[in-house]
Design a binder for this molecule. Structure first.
Ligand SMILES: [Zn+2]
Ligand SMILES: [Zn+2]
Length: 347
């Protein structure tokens, strides 16, 4: 039997059962041990993502063990290996061939297409799942399954960081120290940048400071003035928006350096924030406003190295572990403001 969590409507998560799926020639069967609850998941539970359909068998930040492999699966993957999951892709369409596997045109869109059992979603909160082997990433066995679940969010951060072209010695500001803010800060540091984080919640300020980041407490200090003063009036080379709100958008444009500053819009906000900006400013200041979303298989593989070699520490970003049977409680904790990731344990 496989068990998996399903949202039947906002505020209602249930555990459904079905058969363990057959393994295709190019697939592996994974006994998933954990799946972390992403903003996409709890946003829908809260009723804030009503563009996402029901019944939603969501979850996509899983970690597990290979228990069976198809006959065409590459030698590197074997029964007993610990693995994380990337996004499905065909490897052959035009987008895949240029490395843009997240824009593969040949795979089902789990937010638009139901599976054979009538569910939307990636079925991340399932104790067993089949997965195309090309989207399975091997992880070291000394990394916990809850930590393995950070591969996907980390890959999206690495993807954005490459687009932002962060280089050594640059000053990078990360606005917001939630899960994604802390991951962005750590990756920017791994790229060699001098990182400053801005945040208003004490709990998140403390967590970011424990990770050795300079943090501006925006309850006490004006973040734009502070960044200007730390950089001797110059402003930051790049700013990463790890929160989605209008005020933060405005701050980013004010605190980034006058000429050639780069701003990465990493986070979505619901309801959608605005960008109140005089477009002449973008022109004269030669500003770059960059968007990012998702990650390609190359980003997943690079991120696996960051976790496997302990370059990125995700251990502080696990708020709680809650069993699948208490999925309602898990969503409640996950959607409590200020909480980091909740890891759902799957029997
Ligand atoms: Zn996610
Ligand atoms: Zn493709």
């Amino acid at each position: 039997m496989r068990k998996f969590a399903v949202l039947t409507e906002a505020k209602n998560a249930e555990v459904h059962e079905g058969n363990i799926p057959e393994v295709g020639d190019n697939q592996v069967l994974i006994n998933q041990k954990t799946c972390n609850i992403c903003t996409t998941d709890y946003g829908q539970w809260l009723g804030l993502r009503e563009h996402q359909p029901y019944p939603m068998a969501g979850g996509h930040e899983g970690g597990g063990v290979i228990v069976e492999k198809g006959k065409n699966v590459r030698d590197e993957l074997n029964v007993g290996d610990h693995v994380a999951l990337a996004y499905d892709y065909c490897g052959e369409c035009q987008n895949c061939q240029i490395g843009q596997t997240s824009q593969c045109t040949e795979v089902l869109n789990p937010f638009k297409d139901k599976n054979d059992e009538g569910y939307y979603g990636h079925l991340g909160f399932a104790n067993y799942a089949t997965k195309n082997a090309n989207a399975v990433v091997k992880m070291n066995k000394n990394i916990s399954f809850s930590e393995i679940g950070f591969l996907e969010p980390l890959a999206t951060v690495v993807s954005g960081m490459k687009k932002l072209r962060v280089s050594a010695m640059e000053t990078v500001v990360v606005i917001g120290a939630g899960t994604m803010g802390v991951l962005n800060a750590q990756v920017a540091k791994a790229f060699g940048a001098d990182v400053i984080v801005t945040e208003m919640m004490d709990k998140k300020i403390d967590a970011a400071r424990e990770l050795d980041f300079k943090v501006i407490d925006v309850k006490k200090d004006d973040p734009v003035e502070q960044i200007k003063s730390i950089t001797n009036g110059k402003g930051a080379d790049a700013v990463i928006l790890a929160v989605g709100n209008t005020k933060a958008n405005e701050q980013a444009i004010e605190m980034v350096k006058e000429i050639d500053g780069r701003v990465l819009l990493f986070a979505a906000g619901h309801p959608p924030p605005s960008l109140n900006v005089d477009s002449n400013l973008i022109h004269y200041r030669k500003l770059e406003l960059l968007g990012t979303y998702g990650a390609n298989i190359k980003d997943f593989n690079e991120s696996a190295t960051l976790i496997n070699e302990n370059i990125i520490d995700v251990s502080k970003l696990i708020e709680a572990k809650v069993s699948l049977n208490e999925i309602q409680e898990a969503y409640k904790v996950a959607s409590t403001e200020g909480n980091y990731r909740v890891s759902v344990t799957l029997q």
